[in-house]
Design a protein around this ligand. Structure first.
Ligand SMILES: [Zn+2]
Length: 337
């Protein structure tokens, strides 16, 4: 079936890992940045991940190449706008795009405000041009500097109260990268502050770690949603816990296969978790880097055994669990009644 036309809600998509290859190429040329590729085709071949990765280094290489070209407000704004345009073309009606200011700023002179403004102004332009609702989630990557991450959250909390147009689109907070025991302690105060100020909390957890980590993430951070969380499929007890707490999972099947969190795509637990009654939602994670789009993930879900009505149900859950204010969510309900 043609899933492009099916109205979709997406909750887990990384703005700074979804830069069109052509844009990476153009920005690199414009700013004289070495991306180790003489042509667009060579760049595409080097950074688009189309088969399971051998090691983490390969993955980092791709992400770092795209990160390198985000050196100006204009470039960031363009990338944010194109993210929105791509979402619209995939049939998405409401999306939460996430980005990590500390990751974008790494090894550059860019200030956090320039980054945040570039992202907000880019999505604003996208929302003016297209009929789509866009929210933003702030990421603290656990692998980067703790102090800078904490500072970036303070900047976001300050910024979302400013009068800048659409500053209130900063609706949630996230932690990404590998889960470590220290990170639970280190980041808890920042997440608690953001939650107290009304931001939604979603945390990358149970991607390649354990089901128990998902439980701990919900308990320690008061997470409203979990990024990935697929490892809970191994624990009936934690499936029960996640259901009792009414937590939604943001599932990204192709990403899980490319990172080898599931060995074969046919073994992906999306359908199993749906049948268990877990509120699963369908997402693309890093579309451009992984050479996919959200439409592709619906085709994958169909192959995993999910029927159209079940996919629509997943969208209803995604809308219910979105961090947008209720009045905006209500406007999107018309797509699913
Ligand atoms: Zn992610």
């Amino acid at each position: 079936m043609n899933y492009r036309k099916l109205p979709k809600i997406e909750l887990h998509r990384h703005l700074d890992a979804s830069i069109r290859i052509g844009t990476v190429y153009e920005l690199a040329r414009k700013h004289n940045i070495n991306v180790n590729a003489a042509t667009l085709a060579e760049l595409d071949h080097k950074i688009t991940i189309r088969k399971p990765m051998k090691n983490l280094e390969d993955v980092l290489h791709s992400f770092l190449t795209t990160q390198k070209v985000l050196v100006s407000y204009e470039g960031i704004k363009r990338v944010a706008f194109e993210n929105v345009e791509d979402c619209f073309l995939e049939g998405i009606k409401l999306v939460e795009l996430r980005f990590a200011p500390v990751y974008i700023a790494k090894d550059k002179k860019l200030g956090f405000d320039e980054i945040i403004e570039g992202v907000i102004d880019g999505i604003t332009e996208g929302m003016i041009k297209y009929d789509i609702q866009v929210g933003l989630l702030h990421i603290m990557p656990r692998s980067l500097d703790l102090k800078q991450n904490i500072q970036s959250t303070e900047d976001i909390l300050r910024y979302r109260k400013s009068s800048h147009k659409n500053a209130d689109r900063l609706v949630g907070i996230d932690l990404a990268d590998l889960e470590t025991p220290e990170s639970f302690v280190d980041y808890a105060p920042s997440i608690a502050r953001a939650k107290k100020e009304g931001m939604g909390v979603t945390i990358h957890s149970g991607e390649d770690s354990t089901a128990l980590n998902v439980k701990k993430t919900i308990e320690v951070y008061g997470a409203d949603r979990i990024g990935h969380g697929i490892q809970i499929a191994k624990s009936p007890e934690i499936i029960r816990f996640v259901k009792e707490r009414d937590i939604a999972l943001e599932v990204c099947p192709t990403s899980n296969w490319l990172t080898q969190c599931v060995k074969k795509i046919e073994q992906h637990p999306l359908k199993f978790l749906f049948d268990q009654g877990v509120k699963v939602t369908l997402n693309s994670d890093d579309p451009q880097i992984m050479g996919i789009d959200l439409v592709h993930e619906y085709e994958v879900a169909e192959k995993l055994g999910l029927k159209k009505e079940e996919l629509i149900q997943m969208n209803k859950w995604a809308l219910e669990k979105s961090f947008f204010p209720e009045d905006i969510k209500k406007r999107s309900m018309k797509f699913f009644t």
